[in-house]
Design a protein around this ligand. Structure first.
Ligand code: SF4
Length: 280
């Protein structure tokens, strides 16, 4: 049995950076530290952070007078002001790639452009970006939604950093029919692109594909979709415990990939479990 692990599997730069900041602060601080929403979409890591008194809150008021870590997804601009009013010290771990999208949205909104975000309206990163253009963006994730949009004189388009290139290409083509003055910023992050490409390459050549990552992790769900399109025998799991080795009966080539919020130790657990079954 051969096991192929996709390059760039696991933590991306933005997630590593946010976790490093959280662990460093937890080591220095005696009081409870808060994070605005779960720091990453991974239950196992969140539970380790809770052991260190790093606790997730959903509203600013809950962190009154304390330190609040902003996760890599970022936050709407007004939350910084709310934090200030509540005497909260911010440790900003917004990923620099996300910050670039937020600043682009703000710059072009201020110049009078209608901002369009290609992405999931419920994803915190998209909610955050929208909050940098006065919550006035059109948020689209399919062609039907583009068709429902009016003609826009000045349009600026950005992307949620984790969407697929396929989605960007399909939607941007249609958006070009909706404006004569369109500024396009393909803000899909390089880490996402490399991970998707590497996973697709592996999925094309194996008989079974294991995608590891939180069930709520948007980039893991997309990885699973990509892998499934090339390898029908693809599964999405959060930890090695969910792996049923029966599915590998009679299979020689197995691929593994993992989303941006999956720690190495979970990936290694999965590899070990398959190896013990006879992998190399
Ligand atoms: S996926 Fe990309 S943009 Fe998002 S946190 Fe990771 S490095 Fe940053």
């Amino acid at each position: 049995m051969n096991i192929y692990v996709a390059k760039n599997s696991g933590f991306c730069f933005g997630v590593k950076r946010a976790l490093k900041k959280a662990y460093e602060l937890a080591g220095q601080e005696k009081n409870i530290i808060y994070t605005y929403g779960p720091l990453i979409h991974n239950k196992q890591v969140i539970s380790k952070l809770e052991d260190l008194d790093v606790i997730s809150v959903d509203s600013i008021e809950e962190a009154k007078g304390s330190t609040l870590i902003i996760r890599s997804h970022g936050i709407p601009l007004n939350i910084y002001e709310d934090a200030d009013k509540n005497n909260i010290e911010i440790l900003d771990a917004t990923c620099p790639f996300v910050r670039r999208v937020q600043e682009t949205a703000k710059e072009y909104y201020d110049k009078g452009y209608q901002i369009v975000i290609i992405g999931n309206p419920e994803h915190p990163e998209v909610i955050g970006i929208n909050g940098w253009c006065n919550n006035k963006a059109y948020i689209v994730e399919n062609i039907d939604q583009v068709n429902d949009m009016p003609f826009i004189n000045k349009m600026c388009v950005v992307a949620q950093t984790t969407i697929t290139f396929e989605k960007w290409n399909n939607i941007i083509k249609e958006l070009n029919n909706k404006s004569d003055d369109i500024r396009e910023f393909n803000t899909i992050c390089v880490a996402t692109k490399s991970r998707q490409e590497a996973s697709a390459e592996i999925a094309k050549k194996v008989e079974a594909m294991v995608v590891i990552g939180g069930y709520h992790s948007s980039n893991t769900q997309k990885l699973y979709k990509i892998c499934k399109s090339y390898c029908d025998n693809s599964i999405h799991i959060e930890t090695a415990d969910e792996l049923l080795l029966d599915m590998f009966e009679g299979i020689n080539d197995i691929g593994i990939t993992a989303g941006a919020s999956t720690p190495d130790w979970i990936i290694n657990d999965v590899i070990k479990k398959i190896e013990n079954k006879g992998g190399d």
